[in-house]
Design a binder for this molecule. Sequence first.
Ligand code: FES
Length: 129
Amino acid sequence: MPKVRFLRSNVEVEVQPGAKIRDVALKNGVQLYPGIHRIANCHGFAQCGSCRVLLQNGTEKNVSRKTLLERLRLAMSYFAIGHGDELRLACQARVTGDVDVLERPPANFSGTYAPEVEAARRRLREGKY
Ligand code: FES
């Protein structure tokens, strides 16, 4: 069974494949939400963006693909700057393998987030131009 490790909370749990990271966190007492969002959040409907997490150590490949709602929500989030692939909404990401989760991540302004630029860079790296 896949393991989910919450880095800030130092909690590691085994889960069924397909479990949502948000559900795993709430079941195990891990605080996903910063500040007022502990009360004021969308309860898992990909609307508020406050359940965002950063998947670490290359484990972002061990979750489901981003849903359309998640992509739209993250496109409006300054937290996505510099974190195109590893920033996920915990309420949308389903576990398919071991994942390292940084809950309540800090903002990163060191890069730019433009999906089309990232896609172009990826195609260049893969020699598809
Ligand atoms: S709980 Fe609101 S976006 Fe995930």
